[in-house]
Design a protein around this ligand. Structure first.
Ligand code: SF4
Length: 212
């Protein structure tokens, strides 16, 4: 895909949604970090239901740590893998207090040293909470990047590097949200809705559908 096409794709995505936001509910970097840890292999809607009960009771590392694994599990047991997530969250809270004075660190290295925090989670927190130019590649972004030709790659790291290189600079900060939303609601995994896709004329996918 050439640079002019990429620019026009992001121009349109921006035009349709000038201020894209994550669909995870949060009000502080700590709440976002916890929500993203909980969201692995779970839906944002499911995570939001759990955190809507949890955060009014505990939304600091100290308060969540005080709940303990069993207490936290009571709030998140509707989310897949809640047992291991509860252990990771409690240990993360302990480390945030011990190493970072209860604050969420703003570097990839420090974030990835926390249990349950991998490259993707670190990228989401750095980008969404701290407005750094990172690119979290999830299943939606991986699919959309490959199908359209915006940033084709064999694995998430390759796609991440290409997106960082090829997405026009002015759109890089929010590209992650636009691509997720596009994958979630339009360029869906089983049946892309090419018939009602805003970037259909620019997309290079060979098996486009007429569905809308
Ligand atoms: S035209 Fe189809 S394949 Fe291409 S981005 Fe749109 S929905 Fe996805």
């Amino acid at each position: 895909m050439n640079a002019a096409k990429r620019l026009e794709i992001f121009r349109r995505l921006h035009e349709d949604n000038p201020e894209p936001r994550t669909e995870l509910a949060y009000t502080t970097p700590f709440e976002l970090l916890i929500a993203v840890i909980l969201s692995a292999q779970a839906t944002d809607v499911g995570v939001n239901k759990a955190t809507a009960r949890l955060f009014p009771v505990a939304n600091t590392p100290q308060a969540v740590l005080a709940l303990g694994v069993d207490g936290l599990s009571e709030y998140i047991r509707t989310i897949g893998l809640y047992n291991s997530k509860a252990r990771n969250v409690i240990e993360t809270c302990r480390l945030l207090i011990e190493r970072h004075a209860g604050e969420v660190p703003q570097t990839r290295e420090a974030l990835e040293a926390l249990p349950g925090v991998g490259r993707k989670t670190a990228n989401v927190v750095l980008n969404t909470a701290f407005r750094q130019l990172t690119m979290a590649v999830d299943t939606h972004i991986f699919r959309v990047s490959n199908r359209t030709g915006i940033a084709p790659g064999k694995n998430v790291l390759e796609v991440e590097r290409k997106l960082l290189k090829f997405v026009p600079r002015d759109y890089l900060l929010d590209a992650h949200h636009w691509l997720i939303l596009h994958g979630r609601y339009v360029c869906q995994a089983r049946k892309p809705r090419c018939g009602s896709c805003r970037i259909e004329d620019l997309c290079e996918y060979k098996a486009k559908t007429s569905d809308d």
